[in-house]
Ligand binder design. Structure first.
Ligand SMILES: [Zn+2]
Length: 414
């Protein structure tokens, strides 16, 4: 079992819960969301919730007041199970959701171990649950090196998912454009260029030290600053050649302090989004190449599943939009068959195709199709790739191939 699969699976499970929570609405501001960072004391959180509970007694509408207090009580009950927040913290949701016809239903969900650490404590009370911070975490992939510089100052750091991490900075001794009296203009100019060159070398060294060890895991390098500094820096090829190859682009950024790193990420937004899609695209291009010219492509639920079970799948490709369940039926004569059904539909009875025995819906074992496939993939050391439908080939995976495909390690003829 490798870590990628683990985190893919966890992310998928999170995504499903978030989708569910996003659909809920409450009347008034009675849906409570609490984000707990890993370093917060549970006792602090309990104190905060107790405080909110007593303040809620001021809410005028009796219905909202009761609903908020019930939600807070339910959260407090859940917090009792914890001495400390789990790794990466936790998120608690509770409230009375509308179920139609003026009816409500009390819902409480605790999400442990989010894919990224919760950064700050949030207490949120609204007509909807606050899911955006979690959704942002799930959208985040990728590791990028960041460099901002002008002739006086430089900062390098990481973009990990959506989080900017400043790491090192340097400042230069490049003299201003104004020369002192008694210095020849030529000599002054030469010294200044030398100082600039030295500074670029220093910045490159700082970036090389930080990025080169991780270059194989990086998705790109972004360089920002005013013109012509960033251009001189890149054109002069000061960076290690492998980093130079990873440069996705240069971007205009006014500040070169730590805040400049965040400005750089904002400025590069479009380029970054494209890179994410490009990663999915290259998987799908490989898939289509094998489909048309090779024999290492598999698609559709059953063939892909069979190949997975054999351990023949190198990469499992699943569409991010796939929302189906798989029901496994075993008839009285031990024939095992599976049926794919819409997640919103009830489990049907099943006629065995081998012996016509009927298996009742209660005897079918129902599971989310993606979880079903990932759990086989995990046992076989197969990597899972989620493919977005934001580009043509990704849409085809969903619509033409049932949302499931794979690239094989060897041809199986299935
Ligand atoms: Zn049968």
């Amino acid at each position: 079992m490798n870590e990628d699969d683990q985190s893919d699976r966890r992310k998928y499970e999170f995504k499903k819960v978030i989708e569910e929570l996003t659909e809920y609405t409450g009347s008034g501001t009675q849906l409570v969301s609490i984000y707990v960072p890993p370093d917060r004391q549970i006792s602090d959180i309990v104190a905060h919730v107790t405080q909110e509970h007593s303040e809620a007694s001021n809410i005028k509408s009796k219905q909202t007041r009761t609903a908020v207090q019930d939600a807070l009580t339910s959260i407090k009950d859940r917090l009792r199970y914890y001495d400390n927040p789990p790794e990466n913290g936790m998120v608690l949701f509770s409230g009375a959701i509308n179920t139609g016809g003026g009816q409500t239903d009390m819902v409480t969900r605790v999400l442990e171990k989010p894919p990224e650490p919760i950064q700050s404590f949030i207490y949120h009370c609204d007509s909807a649950f606050l899911t955006e911070p979690l959704a942002e975490m799930l959208g985040e992939k990728g590791l990028y090196g960041l460099i901002v510089l002008d002739r006086r100052e430089a900062n390098v750091g990481w973009l990990k998912g959506k989080r900017v991490e400043p790491v090192k900075s340097a400042s230069s001794l490049v003299p201003g454009k104004q020369r002192k009296g008694g210095q020849s203009a030529q000599r002054f100019h030469r010294l200044r260029l030398e100082a600039i060159d030295n500074f670029y070398q220093e910045v490159a060294e700082m970036a090389n030290d930080l990025f080169v060890p991780d270059r194989h895991d990086m998705d790109g390098v972004l360089v920002g600053g005013p013109s012509p500094t960033k251009d001189e820096f890149l054109d002069g090829e000061y960076l290690h050649h492998e980093l130079q190859d990873l440069v996705l682009g240069k971007f205009d950024v006014s500040y070169t302090d730590e805040s400049g790193l965040s400005d750089l990420v904002d400025a590069a937004g479009e380029a970054l989004a494209e890179t994410e899609v490009m990663k999915d695209k290259s998987q799908m291009n490989e898939f289509f190449k094998e489909l048309h010219q090779g024999d290492l492509a598999t698609y559709g639920f059953e063939p892909t599943r069979q190949n997975l079970v054999m351990g023949a799948v190198d990469r499992l490709l699943v569409s991010e939009d796939l929302r189906e369940d798989v029901v496994t039926y075993i008839c009285p004569n031990e024939h095992e068959e599976r049926e794919i059904i819409d997640q919103r539909k009830n489990t049907p009875d099943h006629d065995c195709s081998e012996c016509d025995a009927v298996v009742s819906s209660e005897d079918g074992e129902r599971e989310d199709i993606i979880e079903h496939l990932i759990s086989i993939a995990e046992q076989r050391g197969t990597e899972t790739k989620f493919i977005s439908t934001d580009f043509e080939e990704g849409e085809q995976l969903m619509n033409a191939f049932g949302g499931v495909g794979g690239i094989l390690r060897y041809s199986t003829g299935i």
